[in-house]
Design a protein around this ligand. Structure first.
Ligand SMILES: NC(=O)c1ccc[n+]([C@@H]2O[C@H](COP(=O)([O-])OP(=O)(O)OC[C@H]3O[C@@H](n4cnc5c(N)ncnc54)[C@H](O)[C@@H]3O)[C@@H](O)[C@H]2O)c1
Length: 254
């Protein structure tokens, strides 16, 4: 018997990276999982692979987390196909890095929309199912960038905003048995950080080695490192923890 037997989870941005590792871990722990991603074909492919590896029901869906109608529809479809939705992981994310003087309106709006509007729309749609069941977990991906990072005015605002919004969710939803927490990773090797390395003109290997050298644990994070923290927050072992941010950064805040 695994810790998440009988639970249904939805992971936004789950087609790859931290989201895919999280979907895989939640399924391995016994949950049925919906992967919702703007990249529908990758979501379906990742879901198929995880289903084969874990024997759980894992389905891929295409939806843009910034689109209210799409989010509402997909959350209801997940509940219909997999059963009462109990675990929501707000993971979908993008970066549009630029120093203030070069940051465009679109850079700002895109990042705030995917992280913050996405969090709002998915949490609003999902919490109705959780309130009905009097049990739920809303886990959102913040970042060490919430503490400030050069070139990430938009992203750090979104990631800090998620921490505040999560504390409010914890207050509003606690009476219904629903916890809300954020996980704030440090440097984790994924497509997102590969793009960052490319933008800075470094190879991913050199960039990763540089980050590892200034991290107390002397390595970069892996998607599985973050998935493990999310799995804990999704489980009953974390049932008295809400409104918190857990930094998973190898000891390096910035
Ligand atoms: N990689 C890191 O070092 C790191 C550090 C701290 C926080 N994070 C956060 O963790 C989360 C996952 O990051 P990652 O590194 O795995 O990124 P990634 O780029 O590898 O994956 C992000 C996923 O989100 C999906 N996505 C993007 N926009 C979407 C939208 N509008 N609707 C639905 N899906 C959408 C993408 O298609 C992709 O599959 C993000 O929120 C990111 O900000 C990452």
């Amino acid at each position: 018997m695994s810790g998440l037997d009988g639970r249904v989870a939805l992971v936004t941005g789950g087609a790859r990276g931290i989201g895919a590792a999280t979907a895989s871990r939640l399924a391995a722990d016994g949950a049925d999982v919906a992967i919702v991603d703007v990249d529908e074909s990758s979501a379906a492919q990742t879901a198929k692979e995880i289903a084969q590896n874990t024997g759980r029901r894992v389905l891929g869906f295409g939806a843009d987390v910034t689109d209210s109608e799409q989010v509402t529809a997909v959350v209801d479809q997940v509940a219909e196909e997999l059963g009462s939705l109990g675990i929501l992981v707000n993971n979908a994310g993008v970066t549009r890095d630029n120093l203030l003087f070069k940051m465009t309106d679109a850079d700002w709006d895109t990042v705030i929309a995917v992280h913050m509007r996405g969090f709002f729309l998915a949490s609003r749609a999902a919490h109705r199912h959780m309130v009905a069941a009097r049990w739920g977990r809303i886990i959102s991906l913040s970042s060490v960038s919430a503490l400030g990072t050069r070139g990430q005015l938009n992203y750090s605002a979104a990631k800090a905003g998620l921490q505040g919004a999560t504390r409010t969710l914890a207050i509003e939803l606690g009476p219904f048995g629903i916890t809300a927490n954020t996980v704030a990773p440090g440097f984790v090797v994924t497509e997102m950080t590969a793009q960052l390395a490319e933008r800075l003109g470094a190879t991913l290997e050199a960039f990763t080695a540089e980050r590892a050298a200034v991290t107390p644990l002397r390595r970069a994070g892996t998607p599985a490192d973050i998935a493990g923290v999310i799995a804990f927050l999704a489980s009953d072992d974390s049932s008295f923890i809400t409104g918190q941010t857990i930094y998973a950064d190898g000891g390096r805040r910035l």
